[in-house]
Structures are given as structure tokens and as C-alpha cells.
Design a protein around this ligand. Structure first.
Ligand code: ATP
Ligand code: SF4
Ligand code: MG
Length: 345
């Protein structure tokens, strides 16, 4: 494993290992600046997820969450580092191994409407993966479709409808049924409830929690909303500008954040439940600016209320502060506790 991956090992053998993963995108060329450095969308990220575990990945827009998910799903190729599932490096799978990988790891997207073909009825949308992976034949396909629909809370009588005839929450249930059809070991869920009405978010989150308990699924659960992540996750990883700045058991991180960024996220959104937003204070101001122009120092320094001169000249390395908790901050021990009543329970 890479240097940063003293990180966050789950206590049981891993279902997924992400090791020193990087993705750089070339920046758009400008007439005046020919030599611009690439965007480091994912910058040396390492973690592991145990069977049956949910790792929640939280961070604001543009921090690299979807880029990370796309590398896990083999939709884009890493610049460096690797994703391992079942001991196999995902990027170098042979074509004949890719179908088997798709059965192990499935993805759920933010917008089920764009991920479902609008001209195909729900019945056939759910049957499609069964046919592609040859998991059922003939009349057994329809029996299995009805079973899957039932597992995600869709009535058998609704299966002849097209996607636009369902609500957003129901469409996400169709997408979940499609993912479950291949009996995966892991779901990568990229903002799966962000596009849904607040009133149905908890229902879909509860469904995901129930399915995990029944099937011992592993989840990488991605959201920009730390309250949603807290609801479902066993461990939480906090991402900032391409890097994981804090990772650890969900309860411990949320009750006593050690990274100033995690603390600000929690202070901005004190939530006890996805449906109960008590109040929202905009304490996290400004755009993510990146590390100093020279590319040295802490990437969070331009927004950090605790920044000191050392933060501008020396990049902090990941440090284990307590059991299973890794934080990338020179002064993590000094991060003030959250005021009483502002922790997520
Ligand atoms: N194909 C691409 N080409 C160039 N830059 C890209 C590309 N895809 C993403 N980026 C850049 O990489 C960074 C990370 O983007 P990404 O979509 O992974 O973030 P995100 O955390 O998923 O954001 P959001 O919460 O808005 O979905 C951003 O700066 C983005 O502009
Ligand atoms: S290293 Fe310095 S700037 Fe970075 S998060 Fe810690 S205190 Fe803030
Ligand atoms: Mg995204």
C-alpha cells in the first residue's frame, strides 16, 4: 500500500481496497497560460471497505467523489494507484473478466431518470441485467423480476409502466432492483437520494439499510450532505480537494471531528435525521481554493480557521490519532469540540 494508506483498514478482510489512487485531468488551455498544471481530481486516496460495511464519503461539490466512484466502476482509468476487488486490480482486468466484475460491484446514480431508458418498461429494465448476465431464462426471468420488485417495494402491478410514470423515489427503487438483480457484493451509490424529495429520502435510505442487513452488502455511499452520510454509514471518509482529510468510525468522527473541515461541515449542518433539519448555519464560506499557489502546504489552509504559518509551507501527512482514525492536519489535536447539541447522533 502507498504511504497514505496507513489508513483506515476495516477490522475484517476487505471487500474493496483503494490504494494510492490518483486521477489528473488536463486543465483547459488558455491563450495566456500555456503550461497550466492538471486538475488533481483524486489525489492519493486510500481506504478499504469490509464485507457488509458502509463507508460514507462526504465532501462538497467538485472534491472528486464521482471521479473516485468512476475509477472503482472502471468507467475511467486512474492516473496512478489501484482499485482491488477480490485481490484483482480492476483497471487491468481482461475483457472476459469484466462481466464478472460487473456482477460483483454495481452502481446507483443520483438521477435515476437519466440512468433508465425512458422507452423501456420497468419489467424489462429489471430483466435486462438478468439477461445480460444469463442469470435466468424464459419464464423464470419474470418470476425473478417480480421478486426483485417486491424486495425494493415496487408493486408487481406497476411493472408495465415506463420510467416517467413513476415518482422519483420509485424510479430509484427500479435502479436499485436492477443493481440487485446480479446479486452484487458491493454497491457504489453516488448521491442516491440527493435528487429526491426530502419526504422520500428516508424511505430510500431505509431500503438501502434493510437490503444491506439482508444481503451483507458493502456500500460506498457518496453524498455532499454529512447528515445523509451519518444516517447510513459505519465509517465516514471526509474528502477535500481530491484527498481524504479524515476517516474513521462514523459515530466517533461525527461526535468529535478532528479535522477543521469536518468540524465546519458538521457545524454548518446540524442534523439528527434526513427529515429533521433543525437549522443550517453557513459557517463554511468561500470556494475551495486549493493549496497555496506554489503547490505546497495544506490544501485546506485558504479556508481554515486554524491555519498557522506552518500550514502554508508544509503539507500535513495522514496521522493516526486514535484507533482506526486517521486525520491529515498538523494541529488535529487542537480542533475545538463541537458545541453541545450540535453533534449528529
Ligand atoms: N472529464 C473531466 N475533465 C476535466 N475535469 C474534470 C472532469 N471530470 C471532473 N473534472 C474535475 O474534477 C474535479 C472533481 O470532479 P467530480 O465530479 O469528481 O467531483 P464531485 O465531488 O463528484 O462533485 P459533485 O458533488 O458536484 O458531484 C472537479 O474539479 C471537476 O471539475
Ligand atoms: S494543517 Fe493547518 S490549514 Fe490544514 S487543516 Fe490543519 S490547521 Fe488547517
Ligand atoms: Mg459527483
Amino acid at each position: 500500500m502507498s504511504s497514505s494508506s496507513a489508513l483506515a483498514a476495516p477490522t475484517t478482510p476487505a471487500a474493496l481496497i483503494v490504494d494510492g489512487l490518483r486521477k489528473e485531468y488536463p486543465r483547459r488551455r488558455s491563450l495566456f497560460a500555456r503550461q497550466t498544471p492538471p486538475v488533481k481530481a483524486v489525489d492519493d486516496v486510500s481506504f478499504a471497505i469490509a464485507p457488509g460495511e458502509t463507508l460514507g464519503l462526504v465532501g462538497e461539490s467538485g472534491c472528486g467523489k464521482s471521479t473516485l466512484a468512476s475509477m472503482i466502476m472502471r468507467m475511467i482509468t486512474p492516473t496512478a494507484g489501484s482499485v482491488l476487488v477480490g485481490g484483482q486490480v480492476v483497471a487491468t482486468l481482461l475483457p472476459r473478466e469484466v462481466l464478472a466484475y460487473r456482477r460483483k460491484v454495481q452502481m446507483i446514480f443520483q438521477d435515476p431518470y437519466s440512468s433508465l431508458n425512458p422507452r423501456i418498461r420497468a419489467r424489462d429494465l429489471i430483466a435486462e441485467p438478468l439477461r445480460i448476465h444469463r442469470l435466468a431464462e424464459g419464464s423464470a426471468i419474470q418470476v425473478r423480476v417480480v421478486e426483485l420488485a417486491d424486495q425494493v417495494g415496487l408493486a408487481a402491478s406497476s411493472l408495465d409502466r415506463f420510467p416517467h410514470e413513476f415518482s422519483g423515489g420509485q424510479r430509484q427503487r427500479i435502479a436499485i432492483a436492477r443493481a440487485l438483480a446480479v446479486s452484487p457484493q458491493m454497491l457504489v451509490a453516488d448521491e442516491p437520494v440527493s435528487a429526491l424529495d426530502v419526504s422520500v429520502r428516508a424511505q430510500v435510505l431505509n431500503l438501502l439499510a434493510d437490503l444491506q442487513a439482508q444481503r451483507s452488502l458493502s456500500y460506498l455511499f457518496i453524498s455532499h450532505d454529512i447528515g445523509t452520510v451519518a444516517y447510513l454509514s459505519h465509517r465516514v471518509a471526509v474528502m477535500y480537494l481530491g484527498a481524504i482529510v479524515e476517516i474513521g468510525p462514523a459515530k466517533a468522527v461525527l461526535r468529535r471531528p478532528h479535522h477543521p473541515y469536518t468540524r465546519l461541515l458538521l457545524e454548518a449542518v446540524p442534523i439528527t435525521h434526513p427529515r429533521q433539519r433543525t437549522r443550517r448555519r453557513e459557517v463554511l464560506r468561500g470556494e475551495a481554493l486549493g493549496a497555496s499557489a506554489a503547490g505546497v502546504g495544506c490544501r485546506f489552509a485558504p479556508r481554515c480557521p486554524m491555519a498557522a504559518p506552518r500550514c502554508l509551507t508544509e503539507e500535513p501527512l495522514p496521522r493516526t490519532l486514535e484507533a482506526n482514525r486517521v486525520v491529515t492536519c498538523h494541529f488535529a489535536e487542537h480542533t475545538p469540540e463541537l458545541p453541545r447539541g450540535e453533534t449528529i447522533t
